[in-house]
Ligand binder design. Structure first.
Ligand code: ZN
Length: 313
């Protein structure tokens, strides 16, 4: 959400908020935290159909935001991370039945080395008749804790293998575990991907940064209707951008160029608190000791929100 940055304050109106959702496993009850049952998937697909949502490809999203064309409130893009066999066996038939496009983000090493739970390249070649294939790193590492050299090596190895197996280079990249910071983002962006996707809970606007798109996880119980109500709070986060020194979060400093006088903020493991916004700026001293090595920060007003993830190196 870093490209959103306007000079004047704007009234709280106008933007269409599209959504990108991410799934992992399908009809695989052994892995409940990453699974979506087929009953749930069917009820979600029915909900989208009955409520006039249009399931679009990431190519459509890319064409709109890179040309400043309108994004519809009714657009939903569906992503599947990792490339588990259960997508091929249980999920794909339903996507085909509804004719819904999707993007499958491949964890390349798992496919290359034929790890038991994952799809083969042959299956992925079959899948690409119905959807897009993107990159989800080579070794599925925690990128924030890697050196610059190691991040480059993982990404280049993944691109080379992908290209060899599918005959074209990947254009979309999703961070493993949704974890990144300013350094990771800069390196991954330097590979020239058209879209880079995180896993921060937020919506998509036509002004969204194509190299920092929010995706909402959709596993477990059926929360689709609730998650479709999430809208974007246009926010330029100034600090923090990386894990703070000594794990002390000193301040939250952000620009929110809309006409509001306060927002609520939330830090993982703490409770929601209200803070003031003055002339589109939040600048609050917190001095909070972060106790979780992965900490999410949220700013929200009503159903508009912006979030980021901080990862300890
Ligand atoms: Zn993953």
């Amino acid at each position: 959400m870093r490209r959103l940055f306007f000079l004047a304050l704007l009234p709280l109106i106008l933007w269409a908020d599209a959504h990108i959702f991410v799934y992992h496993r399908f009809g695989d009850s052994e892995h409940t935290s990453t699974n979506t049952s087929i009953t749930t998937l069917r009820s979600q697909f029915e909900y989208l159909k009955e409520n006039g949502y249009k399931v679009v490809s990431l190519q459509t999203v890319h064409d709109a935001i890179s040309n400043n064309k309108p994004v519809s409130d009714r657009w939903v893009a569906l992503n599947i991370d990792d490339g588990y066999k259960s997508f091929y066996e249980n999920g794909l038939p339903l996507f085909k039945e509804y004719g819904y496009p999707f993007t499958l983000f491949v964890y390349v090493e798992a496919t290359d080395k034929r790890y038991g739970d994952f799809m083969s390249w042959e299956q992925i070649r079959d899948v690409q008749q119905y959807g897009e294939i993107g990159l989800h790193s080579y070794a599925h590492p925690h990128l924030v804790s890697l050196s610059e050299e190691a991040i480059i090596k993982d990404t280049q190895t993944a691109i080379d293998s992908f290209q060899k197996a599918l005959g074209y280079p990947p254009r979309f990249y999703a961070y493993p575990y949704g974890e990144y910071d300013a350094k990771v983002r800069k390196i991954i962006t330097s590979f020239g991907f058209d879209l880079i996707l995180n896993q921060n809970s937020g919506a998509l606007l036509e002004q969204s940064d194509p190299h920092d798109l929010d995706r909402i996880a959709l596993t477990g119980e059926n929360l689709l209707a609730r998650k479709l109500r999430i809208k974007t709070l246009p926010t330029k986060w100034i600090t923090p951008q990386i894990w703070p020194k000594n794990s002390i979060l000193k301040t939250i400093h952000a620009k929110i160029p809309i006409e509001i006088s306060s927002v609520e903020y939330f830090v993982s493991g703490k409770s929601w608190k209200r803070i003031k916004v003055e002339n589109g700026v939040v600048n609050e001293t917190l001095n909070l000791k972060l106790t979780r090595s992965r900490t999410r920060l949220f700013l929200k007003t009503g159903n508009r929100q912006s979030s980021l993830i901080l990862v300890r190196e």
